[in-house]
Write a protein that binds this ligand. Structure first.
Ligand code: PLP
Length: 403
């Protein structure tokens, strides 16, 4: 974490009059003093000029540069949402080799990603094989001659399964295909790039924003790949148009400075609660507990000084009990019953009925997603002891004699 924190610290852009933060540059279009330069820029013969905000914008570039420093990637690009980042990166990789193609993906991915891969991409001639994210051999076995990429989430949504990024990276390199990783649950904690990922995706809507007030995403990769996304002739971001607004980029630019502090606070609060619940024999998943099947693995990938993140899941047994626990938790001001994550306050949801509902029940059970699972994005506000006590009281009211 220290490396990423220092890298964020070392990115510096001044405002027009020497201000300590850059100004927001909202201009959609830029003036060319020499009209010939516009044509040369469109032809790709002249670099460094701003053309039009769908192609590039100074505020989006400033945020992207700071995010790349954090992630340890050569470059980055802020886009309109996490889904825009996923869809654009996948499209750029697949279409670079012509129509069609095949993806080997972890089976435990965010519901929206699963729906994109299972429902939409096949309509465009791209097929996907889903495999167990902890089974590196299964990834390799599923690779075909037309496989264009491997896809996984560092810490999966919602099951918090940890992928072995260095091992998957070796497989990807052996087959000369990129490893694409969604690192939304672990910004600052794991640099997926340093662990071997070629393309790293973020939903900035979550921890990077931290305030549950904006939708945004980002792609981190080598410069050449980022340029491919905004290529005026074939770039999926340039041509489908899911760009980041300059004002959103500016907000995120400022918020990156306190991301390390927020991630530490989320991790501390989640670890405290996980220990209390574990002690009370409540069935939970948290990568920071020694009982987590990939505890040693995540430890080996964590950046120096990083915690285990702010996400916990608790299995209430049935959806009815999950909703009963959730409404009591909301009533007792433990958290809010809402989707999304990475907010200062705790957010609670039942993935089987919400963010993973796109995944058919049969697939949910294959991936081990219990219908009674509650996902908790632990906020950092409040007294940790008081919050843990509130949780235990609500749990005991629904599960008398358990926990
Ligand atoms: N990736 C993960 C892991 C997510 O949890 C989400 C949304 O919940 C997304 C991507 C999509 O992000 P967005 O809602 O910003 O499009």
């Amino acid at each position: 974490m220290k490396k990423s924190e220092q890298a964020i610290r070392d990115v510096q852009h001044f405002g027009e009059e020497g201000g300590v933060v850059p100004v927001v540059d909202v201009a959609v279009t830029s003036t060319f003093l020499n009209p010939l330069d516009m044509e040369r820029t469109f032809r790709g013969e002249l670099q460094g000029c701003y053309l039009y905000s769908r192609h590039s914008n100074p505020s989006v570039n400033a945020f992207s540069q700071k995010l790349a420093a954090m992630e340890g990637s050569e470059a980055a690009l802020g886009v309109a949402s996490g889904m825009a980042a996923i869809a654009s990166a996948v499209e750029a990789i697949c279409t670079a080799k012509g129509p069609g193609g095949h993806i080997v993906s972890s089976r435990t991915v965010y519901g929206g990603t699963w729906a994109l891969f299972n429902n939409l991409l096949p309509k465009r001639g791209i097929s996907v094989t889903f495999v167990d994210p902890t089974d590196t051999e299964a990834f390799e076995k599923a690779i075909r001659p037309d496989t264009r990429l491997l896809y996984t989430e560092t810490v999966s949504n919602p099951l918090l399964t940890v992928s072995d990024l260095p091992a998957l990276s070796k497989v990807a390199k052996r087959h000369k295909i990129p490893l694409v990783v969604d690192n939304t649950f672990a910004p600052m904690l794991v640099s997926a790039t340093r662990q071997g990922a070629d393309v790293v995706l973020y939903s900035c809507t979550k921890y990077l924003s931290g305030s549950a007030d904006l939708i945004a995403g980002a792609v981190c990769a080598r410069r050449e790949f980022i340029d491919q996304l905004i290529d005026i002739n074939v770039g999926p971001v340039m041509l489908n148009g899911p760009v980041m607004d300059a004002r959103v980029a500016h907000e995120l630019y400022l918020r990156l400075d306190h991301l390390p502090i927020r991630m530490r606070a989320h991790s501390e609060a989640a670890l405290h609660l996980a220990r209390v619940l574990d002690e009370a024999n409540i069935p939970l998943i948290y990568p920071g507990l020694k009982s987590h099947p990939q505890h040693a693995l995540i430890r080996s990938m964590l950046s120096e000084g990083a915690g285990f993140g702010g996400m916990i899941t608790v299995d209430c047994g049935t959806p009815e009990k999950a909703l009963d626990v959730a409404s009591r938790l909301q009533q007792e001001k433990f958290g809010l019953y809402a989707v999304s994550l990475g907010f200062s306050r705790t957010l609670i949801s039942c993935p089987a009925l919400s963010t993973s509902s796109e995944i058919p029940e049969e697939e949910q059970s294959k991936m081990g997603l219990s219908p009674g699972l509650l996902r908790l994005s632990i906020g950092y506000l409040g007294d940790l002891e008081v919050m843990a006590r509130r949780f235990l009281d609500c749990w005991k009211a629904v599960h008398p004699g358990r926990g």
